[in-house]
Ligand binder design. Structure first.
Ligand SMILES: Cc1ncc(COP(=O)(O)O)c(C=O)c1O
Length: 429
């Protein structure tokens, strides 16, 4: 697939760093809009009437949610906080559905009172909670655990049988969940599965789609239940490094639609097909910009290692520490210095762990203090996972508008905000 990751020009990088400081998350509005358009057109060609839900856990910056909504996405929220973010961005609750393996009763009540489109039920307890709420009750989608093992990092695999998510099909929990909902008079509209993330091999999601379609067909023949929606989750991978080759979204949608169509053949079911990608919509539309500080060479067995320390790290991108994630890193030299030939560096963060952000990357040998580093493909699962570790403020997010201007859509945290939740007991002050 063509490499269409958003990359700042040197001029843009210097300008943004000068105006807003570093570290900085930067999102390209045109990159985001064009990805959504491409996804929608690909999926609609594969399955007319299909819908895309943006998985807001990937990036719930309000401006991002507003763009996704404007481009016609539904919004997948996985907590009351994500629902509140969608509402704050101007998305009607009716365009959202609520996920979560341990939703609190208060969370469910808030979603229902807000007019949530659907609740994706994940366990028997929440079925009872929803049934106990006054009318009008929300539409229900039942999350299934299809029992497939995706080829991806184990920490982002969710569709296997040994999972906390959804109802197991093989031990009949899924069928019992459907029957319980129907007995309680809940308005079940369909089924859902999500097998995992950063899928460069679509096999597991195709199998997941087939399995939930077969289940839907069986529920029709056994119980006369007609699923109107089949949501096969998100998961399409992205190009974090030049070695990652994500499947073109057109082929991906075709493959899933074909599998689901075949599995439904003869069932008489004509559901709306839904996918809820997060990463593949927003990751490649974002970059992170850091400034280089200390450069230090240390002896290691058989040679030396040169550490480049940047003014961010674990607190603004925990993915390398969590998953061993790799990224593409590019140098932007200060003062128009021509970059030299490449050498191997380890880019580390400023936090009190090893905080090796990007080990063994190739960068121009003359990288030095004051230069900028841009890290590609950081639009997803970066700003939403940021913390205040070591009491560093969470960075700003800049939206590069379609006309090339920039706008700060999330300002950096202030010191007042950092300490606003805390008090020192009087006798300690
Ligand atoms: C239920 C569900 N849907 C969608 C997604 C989005 O996955 P991705 O960002 O890989 O597309 C996730 C990710 O964890 C998920 O758990």
């Amino acid at each position: 697939m063509a490499d269409d990751r958003f990359v700042l020009t040197d001029g843009q990088a210097h300008d943004l760093a000068y105006r807003y400081g570093t570290p900085l998350y930067i999102v390209s509005e045109s990159g985001l809009r064009s990805r959504i358009k491409r996804w929608k057109s690909a999926f609609d060609s594969a399955w007319p009437g299909a819908e895309i839900t943006f998985a807001s856990k990937a990036n719930s910056t309000l401006a991002v949610l507003a763009i996704a909504h404007q481009e016609g996405c539904l919004i997948d929220v996985a907590s009351e906080g994500e629902l509140r973010a969608a509402l704050a961005a101007g998305v009607p609750a009716s365009r959202c559905h609520l996920h979560g393996n341990n939703k609190s009763s208060a969370e469910i009540r808030f979603a229902v009172e807000s007019g949530i489109g659907q609740i994706v039920v994940d366990n028997f307890e929440e079925i009872e909670v929803i049934a106990g709420l006054p009318e009008p009750r929300p539409e229900i989608i039942i999350r299934l655990a299809p029992g497939v093992e995706p080829k991806t990092n184990a920490k982002i695999s969710t569709g296997q049988a040994d999972t906390k998510f959804g109802f197991n099909i093989n031990d009949l929990s899924a069928e019992r969940a459907l029957l319980r909902c129907l007995r309680l008079g809940l308005n079940v509209v369909g089924f859902h599965c999500h097998v995992g993330s950063q899928l460069l091999d679509p096999g597991a999601q195709i199998s997941g789609g087939e399995i939930i379609a077969e289940f839907a067909a069986r529920m029709k023949s056994s119980h006369g239940f007609e699923a109107k929606i089949l949501n096969v989750g998100g998961g399409l991978g992205v190009r974090y490094t030049d070695n990652d080759e994500p499947m073109p979204v057109e082929d991906y949608c075709q493959a899933i639609a074909t599998a689901v169509r075949q599995a439904l053949e003869g069932s008489g079911l004509t559901p709306r097909l839904v996918q809820e990608p997060g990463r593949s919509i927003i990751a490649e539309a974002g970059v992170t910009l850091y400034r280089i500080g200390v450069v230090k060479t240390v002896p290691i067995k058989g040679g030396t290692r040169t550490y480049i320390s940047v003014d961010g790290g674990l607190a603004d991108n925990p993915r390398p520490a969590l998953y061993g994630s790799r990224y593409e890193v590019r140098l932007i030299t200060a003062n128009n210095r021509p970059p030299g030939p490449d050498a191997t560096f380890t880019v580390s963060g400023r936090h009190c762990e090893t905080d090796r952000l990007f080990p063994d990357v190739q960068l121009p040998k003359n990288a030095q203090r004051g230069d900028l580093l841009q890290v590609l493909c950081t639009g997803a699962y970066n700003s939403v996972m940021a913390s205040n570790y070591n009491r560093y403020a969470r960075p700003a997010t800049i939206l590069v508008r379609t006309d090339g201007t920039s706008e700060m859509v999330q300002r950096p945290e202030t010191w007042d905000e950092m300490f606003a939740r805390e008090t020192v007991p009087a006798d300690l002050a």
